[in-house]
Ligand binder design. Sequence first.
Ligand SMILES: Cc1cc2nc3c(=O)[nH]c(=O)nc-3n(C[C@H](O)[C@H](O)[C@H](O)COP(=O)(O)OP(=O)(O)OC[C@H]3O[C@@H](n4cnc5c(N)ncnc54)[C@H](O)[C@@H]3O)c2cc1C
Length: 301
Amino acid sequence: MKPPVFDYHDPATVEEALDLLAVHGDDGKVLAGGQSLVPLLNFRLAHPEHLIDVNNIGELSGIKRDGGRLRIGALTRQSMLERSALVADNWPLLTEALSFVAHAQIRNRGTVGGSVAHADPAAELPVAFLASDADFIVKSKRGERRISAVDFFVTHLTTTMEPDELMVAIDVPAPPEGAGYAFTEFARRHGDFALGGAAVLLAAEGRTCTSAAVGLLAAAPTPLRAAGAEEALVGSELSQDGAEAAAKRAVEQIDPTGDIHGSSEYRKGLIEVMVRRAIEKAAGRLDGDGLGFSRNGGGGR
Ligand SMILES: Cc1cc2nc3c(=O)[nH]c(=O)nc-3n(C[C@H](O)[C@H](O)[C@H](O)COP(=O)(O)OP(=O)(O)OC[C@H]3O[C@@H](n4cnc5c(N)ncnc54)[C@H](O)[C@@H]3O)c2cc1C
């Protein structure tokens, strides 16, 4: 359980980190909270020759409202985001997603940018950002890029970031006015990676759904938007039957990988239930009377 030998670098500014990545990016790794990278090193599943530790770069950390949008520094600890009143009041889907992430000790070290850059399809924050139409801001000596969440994830643990790029921030638009939100998942034990889950943001006028974002957790090699479910919801009346139909549409497009924790069919059924519950819960949280749905979902079927 010892990591392979590496050269350790400790930049104090983003510029210094970008200089190091320009030289060592191809055979180096950024070290943020270390909660995913250090186990990979210790199991010898990763063997970078250089580790570029960004923990001393203060400018990479922090949460602020920028116009109507939320800007989260990539090095912001997951626990800081979880405890932010600004986020809980205005981007509550993120707060709810964080309540499922690992354990307090891991969230105290684990960073928001690290979770996104690691790109585990069973990680909650990437799915919540995808459902929120977030952008990821990355920098290199070649300049800055803004990559939308939908274009960011390529496959398991792989993103469109280049080896010389550093994620500096996550930029999240405000949810639609009066939106309802919900994050649901099922894991064998609380804090374990989920076997399936869903992130939902809904807006409505009267009973009619005017916008819907449905993100799927652990459904594919990347976090996924359930386009079929979104199409089924937008323009139709929010109802129990509508939630069931949309959840069915959500799993038509997926073929989750089975493993010792559950077969592909089991996971598909589980994700369908998680999507339906998330839609019901989000509808119950819409501004107004909740359209007859409960704020905690439509009953534990
Ligand atoms: C026991 C355990 C249980 C866990 N359970 C969950 C869970 O239920 N849900 C969940 O979502 N996560 C879970 N995690 C993972 C945890 O959330 C990690 O903190 C997170 O995935 C990675 O964040 P980090 O800051 O620790 O990144 P690190 O481990 O430091 O880095 C991870 C990867 O991202 C890259 N990286 C990090 N920051 C940047 C950056 N700014 N720019 C470019 N690349 C970067 C690194 O090079 C590395 O490849 C668990 C971890 C453990 C140990």
